[in-house]
Design a protein around this ligand. Structure first.
Ligand code: G3P
Ligand code: CA
Length: 294
């Protein structure tokens, strides 16, 4: 793992984003195929090196020099939004030990207070013992404190009716829906086109992304309600990326492509050569080394 040089790290602590320092995707030097360097997103935080979707993972992303972090939002039995990827707690917490009779340990079957008791770090490494599943509000406050930016995924919205409106409510309460956040620091994405459409309808100013790889012929339908199409890297080609770029998205700008999950240098260079705008990765330091983005 490469930790950022002291001067750049200091800049991050001071809240000077690298875009201010002239290293944003739009101002970076052209990459190997003439494209600008893609933005690098720390997927579930720097999740190759710290337990995913915890505050430790976003703190580590910050220390590595990355201001964009990705997360996953779901809802508890008593209506709290929490940051977890799977729809059960089994893989990333000690829920099986704490609540052995509650199989299959679905998030939606546990209260926020119960989830707050769980250890979300020991499964990854003993040095992270005691890490907690953050509520969305706790997570937003930490991202804010770290001067980071957020690619927020609404996960499995079909399980949580109304989660789009609730997510926006929490974002608003945390101060994340003012002009500064909406214009520069927030993207909302989902694998559900309906979810993305709902978010766009409720807050048309928010930048949104659809997770998937629609056929080129279908792209104009997506352009009506979203700004980005974010595909799995194995599903794309340079022609497909160019087709997305050829359309104007919901905000009247060329649509963008942020691809996932790219954790090795060769693949990072390959998708950079396809012209992607962003790379979502568990190993942001590795991708930065390959493509030069932040
Ligand atoms: O941000 C893209 C990526 O997170 C989508 O896949 O399963 O990791 O949520 P997943
Ligand atoms: Ca995700």
């Amino acid at each position: 793992m490469y930790v950022r040089p002291a001067a750049a790290a200091t800049a991050a602590f001071l809240g000077l984003t690298l875009s201010v320092l002239g290293a944003s995707a739009s101002s970076a030097a052209p990459g190997p195929a003439g494209f600008t360097n893609p933005t690098v997103y720390a997927h579930r935080g720097a999740s190759a090196y710290a337990p995913e979707n915890t505050l430790d993972a976003i703190d580590l992303a910050m220390r590595l020099g990355f201001d964009w972090v990705e997360n996953d939002v779901q809802r508890t039995k008593d209506g709290e939004l929490v940051v977890v990827h799977d729809d059960t707690l089994a893989r990333t917490t000690d829920v099986e030990q704490v609540f052995p009779a509650r199989k299959p340990w679905r998030i939606a079957d546990f209260t926020a207070a119960e989830i707050a008791r769980l250890d979300a770090g020991s499964w990854f490494g003993e040095e992270y013992a005691g890490a907690r599943v953050p509520t969305l509000r706790e997570y937003l406050d930490r991202v804010q404190r770290n001067h980071q930016r957020l690619l927020l995924e609404i996960k499995k919205p079909e399980l949580y009716p109304g989660i789009e409106e609730q997510t926006l409510q929490v974002l608003g309460e945390a101060g994340w829906l003012d002009d500064q956040h909406v214009s520069r620091r927030l993207v909302v994405q989902s694998f559900s086109a309906d979810c993305v459409r709902i978010v766009h309808g409720l807050r048309p100013d928010i930048v949104t992304a659809f997770l998937g790889t629609p056929p080129v012929a279908d792209l104009p339908r997506y352009a009506a309600f979203t700004d980005r199409i974010n595909p799995w890297h194995t599903t794309i080609s340079g022609d497909w990326v160019a087709a997305v770029h050829g359309l104007l998205g919901a905000h009247g700008k060329a649509m963008e492509v942020d691809t996932w999950i790219v954790d090795d240098e060769a693949t990072a260079r390959k998708v950079q050569d396809m012209g992607v705008d962003g790379i979502i990765t568990n190993k942001p330091d590795v991708v930065r080394e390959a493509v030069g983005g932040y």
